[in-house]
Design a binder for this molecule. Structure first.
Ligand SMILES: C[S@@+](CC[C@H](N)C(=O)[O-])C[C@H]1O[C@@H](n2cnc3c(N)ncnc32)[C@H](O)[C@@H]1O
Length: 345
């Protein structure tokens, strides 16, 4: 058929049709298509319809969508995963597979309130789409235990990717007792404790998370050096007796005023010479990207808190300085994560 569309319409299509790409991916993943094609490559439409429990025509629509968008490949009558989807079938509990349930059940509808959230300067997406009354995503997750499980599976898979590097690249040799604020399901703490065998770690996270983390810590035999306690980082003072504080994937959730408050609180709880480590996705100092910093900023604003965004390393260093912490160095981890390291004056 002759292409009658204007070139600029075609060029813009990936933007205004992006929701179809996601829905093909999400539906196929939920049906287990990538899993069955991983085990049985080359299944036909009829085989797949039967395995997924679908009528022939809906199965045909799903397969057309997946084929046209590069999620599966059709060879003769047989369907196969592509390089993109092979990991989804092979490792459903790891990144990138763990993003799909979280985007499907947690974020997709909520992010469609971006316009309203920017206009109102509030997280309208959370308020409209995630049941409950708490003002932040984390409080609302405690009201939705199933979604909380999906979130922590996703978050642990993301953290697993950086936790090994954090443990190996961030020098903890001078410190004895680390406070991991917003430490979640203990992914960073576990990796750090295994790498730095003299280090004790206290995770401070919301009270609904601490039991989950302690269970995992006990299973891994680390309970003598790692523990999780209930801590509301905004309402409680940080416990004393630590010589380093870690904020991993935490500060970017909050407004710059609150970040400064948390850094001041960390500084107050530390002795002179104490370490401060901020693990965070970053925005380039010249504010041009990368793309992930834009996605995450929209997510924090529309859903998670209504006040955070991905900040530049330069901003963190300035806030360190204001809080009496000397910025010591930046350690880059992968393409878009940085550790800002500081020392209390
Ligand atoms: C994005 S997750 C990061 C988890 C972990 N640090 C990591 O890197 O995997 C943010 C964490 O902050 C916790 N959190 C949210 N509000 C908090 C608060 N007011 N005080 C302490 N922790 C909080 C959440 O429960 C969640 O575990």
């Amino acid at each position: 058929m002759e292409e009658t569309r204007k070139p600029d319409e075609v060029a813009l299509r990936p933007y205004y049709k992006a929701h179809y790409h996601f829905q093909f991916l999400s539906a196929a993943f939920r049906f287990g298509l990538f899993d069955i094609l991983e085990k049985d490559p080359g299944l036909t439409l009829t085989d797949i319809a039967e395995r997924l429990g679908l009528e022939q025509q809906p199965a045909r629509i799903l397969l057309l969508g997946c084929t046209a968008t590069g999620l599966v490949r059709k060879e003769g009558d047989g369907y196969h995963n592509t390089e993109l989807t092979q990991p989804l079938g092979a490792r459903p509990d790891q990144v990138p597979a763990t993003f799909i349930p979280w985007e499907t059940h947690g974020i997709y509808r909520a992010v469609s309130w971006l316009y309203e959230s920017l206009k109102e300067n509030d997280n309208i997406g959370l308020q409209r789409e995630i049941p409950g009354t708490a003002p932040t995503l984390y409080g609302r997750l405690a009201e939705n235990p199933e979604l909380e499980g999906v979130f922590h599976t996703m978050m642990s898979a993301v953290s697993r990717l950086v936790a090994e590097d954090v443990a190996a690249e961030v020098d903890m040799s001078e410190y004895r007792h680390l406070l991991d604020v917003g430490g979640g399901a203990a992914m960073n703490a576990v990796h750090l404790a295994r790498f730095w065998t003299d280090l004790e770690i206290t995770i401070g996270d919301l009270p609904s998370i601490a039991p989950l983390a302690n269970e995992k810590i006990a299973e891994l035999g680390l309970a003598d050096r790692v523990r999780a306690v209930g801590l509301d980082a905004f309402h409680d003072e940080f416990p004393v007796g630590h010589d380093a504080v870690l904020f991993a994937h935490f500060l970017e959730i909050w407004s710059s005023e609150r970040v400064r408050g948390l850094l001041t609180k960390a500084s107050r709880a530390l002795p002179s010479g104490g370490g401060v480590f901020v693990v965070t996705p970053y925005q380039n100092d010249d504010e041009t990207g990368p793309e992930r910093s834009a996605y995450l900023s929209a997510y924090f604003h529309t859903v998670a808190s209504g006040e955070g965004m991905v900040y530049t390393p330069k901003e963190y260093e300035q806030w360190f300085d204001e809080a009496g912490i000397d910025p010591v160095k930046r350690v880059l981890l992968g393409p878009d994560t940085v550790v800002i390291c500081g020392r209390k004056r």
